[in-house]
Design a protein around this ligand. Structure first.
Ligand code: FMN
Length: 166
């Protein structure tokens, strides 16, 4: 079964998870912008990872348009993993029928480009004003304090096991 890990990463956390997964599955990891529809068509299984921006998995729509035969998705965000978070992400990103995994990454303000940093600042201001904050908003509020890395190679194990079984 030909596999390929495809990812979209802004500050490096998703790229790191993609490299770990590719190593564990003995296949290649490539950035979404460097992958063609032809390459995708040659693969039996695409493992796609994108970073989360405002609850949306970046790059997922573009990946879907390439019509992979079989798609496994992982998302990397700054908040800690929970069933509620995974369910929200599944609903928001229409992943009810797709194997889906969430991995905690972190925040890297040093590597963040101008536009995402500005958006994060705007989110910070709007969350600060809110009265009834969701659990995720409360967590994001704590994270705004500074760069943090909560990535962990062990998180990939269930995804790797599922793809190996298939
Ligand atoms: C504008 C913006 C919005 C974000 N929204 C979320 C979010 O809704 N949920 C979350 O868990 N993390 C959110 N994050 C944090 C990133 O998903 C997190 O830093 C991730 O690890 C980045 O991955 P990367 O290093 O591969 O780019 C946001 C970050 C930015 C800059």
């Amino acid at each position: 079964m030909k596999k390929l890990v495809v990812y979209q990463s802004s500050t490096g956390f998703t790229a790191k998870y993609a490299a770990w997964i590719a190593e564990a599955l003995s296949c290649e990891a490539k950035e979404l912008k460097r992958v063609s529809a032809g390459e995708v068509a040659e693969c039996d299984c695409i493992i796609f990872g994108g970073w989360i921006m405002g609850g949306m998995i970046t790059g997922l729509d573009k990946m879907r348009k390439m019509n992979p035969k079989q798609l496994v998705v992982f998302a990397v965000g700054a908040t800690s993993n929970s069933e509620e978070l995974r369910n929200n992400l599944k609903n928001q990103n229409h992943l009810e029928q797709t194997p889906f995994f969430y991995f905690e990454g972190g925040l890297n303000f040093e590597k963040m480009s101008f536009f995402p940093k500005m958006m994060l600042k705007m989110m910070q201001k709007s969350v600060a004003k809110k009265e009834n904050k969701t659990e995720q908003e409360k967590e994001m509020e704590k994270l705004f304090a500074g760069s943090v890395d909560n990535s962990d190679k062990a998180n990939i194990e269930p995804l790797v096991a599922l793809v190996k079984e298939a």
